[in-house]
Design a protein around this ligand. Structure first.
Ligand SMILES: [Zn+2]
Length: 486
């Protein structure tokens, strides 16, 4: 049976499928029309007409159209369609057999967009693309005065990345529109599928530029300054790909322009899988304090310089790096993390005491104060070590972004709908930055995670079971219906 079939079936308000999938076998008890009934998460759903018939039959008379809120938890997205669309998108790949490589503005990106544009237009969405390449599919609502509910993610990847990072969220947003259409539902608000451009930052080492443009953080000067590995500016890459970057500074979203922005994304960590959970309701998105610490000592002969006459920056760097976990534990919050990921040494010779050592410091948390406390502790400890070891230490800012608290209202909606569907879940924070984090500056944002097997992402092995992606899509769908009525 197809999800869209308009059958009058209403046997005990239960429809079952013969092809129950493992994850779909979860028996649920629902309160429907005042009666406790059992439903299977079977990829099938009541059609709008069937739903009306239910009301008519059980109450003996025709009721007014049921509220959309009541449809939440009743309609289902289709696992098969989700799988097909993700597999189709995986074909637009510069490195087949070696992970997925699809940079924004590339030929593969163009083809993937063309495919998605077709999918959205088939559903009756009006598709448009802005100056930076954000592609939007819009479904009008009943009330033209209301701001749209936006739902989306990205389709660009890192080099040799996976098939799910970002893609799952885009497919989920389109599937939500498809289910609404199939059931003949028109929301009060317009509904917009958003495909953000250049989330990964693969071209210009500048991530989330699509959403940054919407938040007003991307200027024409940025486009002319940023260059890819071939030395071509962002501006020219856009021009060459057929975009018109001139309007980039007009893209800033004004307060009230968007009702809410929802993003489903793979977790990119191990928490959900370890706890055997299907969904994570994101409560906050980590910000970052990324700095470079430079320690300068005095270069000298490794054989001829006695130990007590050295100003060795490598030893000082070692002491500071080793102390980092404890500084994070003692000064950060429960979720603060700190990492040294890159180290450079001058002159980097085995037989020379180094002159200079530079290393990166990456501190992340949702809590801005916690990050600042750790940064201050590292600065103080670095100075202490410098005094003891007779070297000099400087700390220079690379990137800073604020930790973002997700809208409590929207996160609560997600939590409600997840509970109603009896999906095993947890509340959590996101360690990685997403477009949703940037969008917190201009609208209310909600985000849900689905598991990443072995916590792996940005690699060919990246994988999320389709059953989990479907559960995430169902949650998105329900949340859209709820928010529409709020
Ligand atoms: Zn992503």
């Amino acid at each position: 049976m197809n999800i869209g079939s308009q059958g009058p079936v209403c046997e005990n308000e239960v429809r079952e499928t013969q092809t129950e999938h493992v994850a779909q076998k979860r028996l649920r008890n629902r309160l429907c029309m005042g009666k406790k009934v059992k439903l299977f998460a079977d990829g099938l759903a009541y059609s709008a007409k069937g739903f009306l018939n239910c009301r008519k039959n059980t109450k003996g008379r025709r009721f007014e159209k049921p509220g959309l809120t009541e449809r939440a938890g009743v309609m289902e997205t289709s696992l098969e369609r989700i799988r097909q669309q993700i597999e189709q998108l995986a074909q637009f790949n510069e490195t087949p057999g070696n992970g997925c490589t699809r940079f924004s503005y590339s030929e593969e990106d163009r083809k993937a967009r063309q495919y998605l544009k077709g999918c959205m237009e088939e559903l009756g969405l009006t598709v448009s693309t802005d100056a930076i390449g954000n592609m939007k599919g819009r479904l009008e609502g009943n009330n033209p005065d209301l701001a749209p509910i936006m739902c989306g993610s990205h389709i660009d990847t890192v080099r040799h990345g996976g098939n799910y990072d970002g893609i799952a969220g885009v497919v989920g947003a389109i599937e939500t529109a498809r289910v609404l259409k199939e059931h003949g539902i028109t929301l009060e608000h317009p509904y917009e599928v958003m495909i953000f451009a250049e989330e990964e930052g693969s071209n210009f080492n500048a991530p989330t530029t699509g959403s940054k443009a919407l938040a007003g953080h991307l200027s024409m000067a940025d486009l002319k300054r940023l260059k890819n590995d071939q030395g071509v500016t962002y501006y020219d890459v856009l021009k060459n790909a057929g975009y018109n970057p001139e309007g980039v500074e007009d893209l800033k979203v004004q307060p009230g322009d968007i009702r809410a922005m929802l993003e489903m994304h793979i977790e990119q960590s191990v928490l959900l899988e370890r706890k055997n959970l299907s969904v994570g309701v994101v409560r906050g998105i980590a910000g970052i304090r990324a700095y470079v610490m430079e320690i300068e000592g005095m270069s000298n002969h490794a054989g001829a310089t006695p130990m007590d006459l050295r100003n060795d920056p490598m030893v000082a760097a070692g002491r500071i790096i080793t102390a980092l976990p404890e500084l994070v534990r003692n000064h950060g919050g429960p979720a603060t993390v700190g990492t040294v990921g890159r180290i450079e040494c001058v002159p980097n010779q085995f037989n020379v005491i180094p002159q200079k050592v530079r290393f990166t410091l990456d501190i992340r948390d949702v809590d801005n104060d916690a990050m600042d406390r750790v940064l201050e502790a590292v600065r103080t400890y670095g100075q202490e070590v410098a005094n003891q070891d007779n070297v000099s230490v400087t700390l220079e800012k690379m990137i800073e972004s604020r930790g973002n608290m997700i809208s409590k209202e929207i996160a609560d909606v997600f939590e409600d709908v997840v509970r109603e569907r009896n999906i095993p879940y947890t509340n959590m924070n996101s360690g990685a930055v997403h477009d949703a984090a940037i969008m917190t500056e201009v609208t209310e944002v909600g985000m849900v995670f689905v598991p990443s097997i072995n916590g792996r992402s940005h690699v060919p092995e990246e994988y999320t079971p389709y059953e989990n992606i479907k559960e995430g899509c169902d949650v998105l769908l329900d949340a859209v219906l709820r928010i529409d009525q709020m």
